[in-house]
Design a protein around this ligand. Sequence first.
Ligand code: CTP
Ligand code: CA
Length: 227
Amino acid sequence: LAVLNRSEILSGEHVLITAGGTREPIDPVRFIGNRSSGAFGFALAEACRDAAAQVSLVYAPSSRTPPSGVELIEVETAQEMYEAVESLFASATMLICAAAVADYRPSTVANHKLKKNQAPLECIELVETTDILAKMSAQKENRIVIGFAAETDHLLEHARAKLIRKGCDAIVANDVSRPDSGFGSDTTVIHWISACGSEELPLMTKRQAADEIITRASALRSKAAHN
Ligand code: CTP
Ligand code: CA
């Protein structure tokens, strides 16, 4: 049996990746957002592209430039991200959810700029967004679906609970309270958590971590394809 080298490990695969932090509008000038830079998702898209996969990257924009050589689908809100993922999922063989998706959005969006003096705004009513990872995992069939868990505390406990709750094949957990592993950092310490247990990887760049992730994802995919 030939050993595939890194440059062809995902040949024949169509990898769908979510990246960046969604923005949920309050009015035409304001939104609820988060600190995701999109860096990890972009690194994953590059790693998959370099491993010969067809790549579709559904991303909420940040200050970083998205990679070239992949299909780019720019979105803003959680709902737009969900709709884009849903329409591409049928042709995908893997889904990697690296985006920081807002858990809630304002229930109504004002069509004009809210003025602080006109209507004092003590609270904004929020409604839950669709959990893209959970929803897609429920219909994954023999696709490989991977989620992320960015945590500040009880990392493994939260990440293992997410693996079960979301129903995905693996969770990449990282401790975002570490300065060398958090938002905007180019390096990371990840844990790979699957049904087989958990594995801590050493400090490395997000691109190196992306290569480690796709090596493991492709092993899961070979297993799924032979079942
Ligand atoms: N995710 C998603 N859609 C959402 C929320 C999360 O696809 N609406 C995905 C993320 O892309 C990530 C995984 O689910 O891969 C875990 O996200 P996270 O925010 O850590 O999990 P939650 O279940 O939202 O839990 P919490 O925010 O309370 O930690
Ligand atoms: Ca969340």
